[in-house]
Design a protein around this ligand. Structure first.
Ligand code: HXC
Length: 291
């Protein structure tokens, strides 16, 4: 989809880049010539991912153990990354989530999610943003949210609240920092299977067999599809695109938004019968009007 050297000379930070979608995006950025810094809480996982992706792509990836919930640690790590050369882009990918009835959540449970998704992303974003502004350098911020930022979602309320905050940050900073050459966008993925999310969002086997009928494209997402959208949003060629939240969910969120999405299960015969029934209703109506 893209020319091989699209990201040559670019340096990108991916939070949570050692696993899941963060790792998939990192791999794609490396393939396209970027230097990628990945951060995450588990040093061994990060280093293993960095070694694997270096071997696979021949690219340059550096591992930075970091808990983005700790503002001072964020400032220190971003400073250390910058000391080796400025970043061109940031991907706010690190997240935490699990399903629970909301009334069962303790304050600490809420904080466990909000401190990563909302607070942590703010710390990293401002640590990079301040540097770009100070140096008069262009920057690009991409956050991974969910389609729930539009309508909310039951049983994942702390995540929906925190990601909605990240969506608000996206739109706000696009305006505030746009004149300084900093773009801010977000991707709202639907179901893209990852070990971390699936274990926490579909912990029972029967829940794991997700009803594909709710997805108009009748399948879950492929990591490379999301990674390519991230590439497009980070590329210089999409410079006029900012402040947007783009869903990539096979149409799932829109399907649930209308009243008739479930009708896609009807057969040709069902539709023929429905047509006849409605025609009968129309004919009766018409007959009454002409009396
Ligand atoms: C109720 C729970 C709970 C559960 C934890 N808690 N799990 N409460 N139901 N299932 C409570 C604990 O009891 C504790 O509160 C508090 O939360 C903190 O728990 P810790 O385990 O100490 O938290 P911590 O070590 O900080 O771990 C954070 C975490 C963890 C979010 C809970 O799962 C994590 O680090 N996850 C990162 C990876 C991840 O979640 N990936 C999925 C992302 S998917 P008390 O009061 O008892 O002390 C995503 C969106 C996907 O973001 C969208 C798909 C469409």
């Amino acid at each position: 989809m893209f020319q091989n050297d699209l990201f040559k000379g670019k340096k990108i930070l991916v939070t949570g880049g050692g696993t899941g979608l963060g790792k998939s995006m990192t791999e794609r950025f490396l393939e396209l010539g970027a230097e990628v810094a990945i951060c995450g809480r588990r040093k061994a996982v990060l280093e293993e991912a960095a070694a694997e992706l270096t071997a696979k792509t021949g690219g340059t990836v550096t591992a930075w153990p970091l808990d983005i919930r700790v503002a001072e640690a964020v400032e220190e790590t971003i400073g250390a990354i910058w000391a080796q050369g400025p970043l061109d882009a940031l991907v706010n990918n690190a997240a935490g989530n699990f399903i629970s009835r909301t009334e069962d959540l303790s304050p600490r449970a809420f904080d466990a999610i909000a401190n990563i998704v909302l607070h942590g992303s703010f710390y990293v974003t401002t640590a990079c943003g301040r540097r770009w502004l100070k140096e008069g350098r262009k920057g690009n911020i991409l956050s991974i949210v969910t389609t729930w930022v539009r309508n909310g979602s039951p049983y994942v309320v702390p995540s929906a609240m925190a990601k909605a905050g990240l969506a608000a940050m996206t739109r706000s900073l696009a305006v505030e920092w746009g004149p300084k050459g900093i773009r801010v966008n977000a991707i709202a993925p639907g179901p893209f299977p990852t070990e971390g999310a699936w274990a926490r969002l579909s912990p029972k086997p029967e829940l794991a067999e997700r009803p594909l009928e709710s997805i108009p494209m009748r399948r879950v997402g492929r990591h490379e599809e999301l990674a390519d959208l991230a590439v497009y949003l980070l590329a210089d060629q999409s410079e006029y695109l900012t402040g947007e939240i783009i869903a990539i969910d096979g149409g799932q969120a829109l399907n649930n938004a209308g009243s008739f999405g479930r009708l896609s299960a009807l057969s040709d015969q069902d539709w023929a019968e429905i047509r006849e029934t409605i025609k009968t209703v129309n004919a009766k109506d018409k007959a009454m009007r002409t009396v």
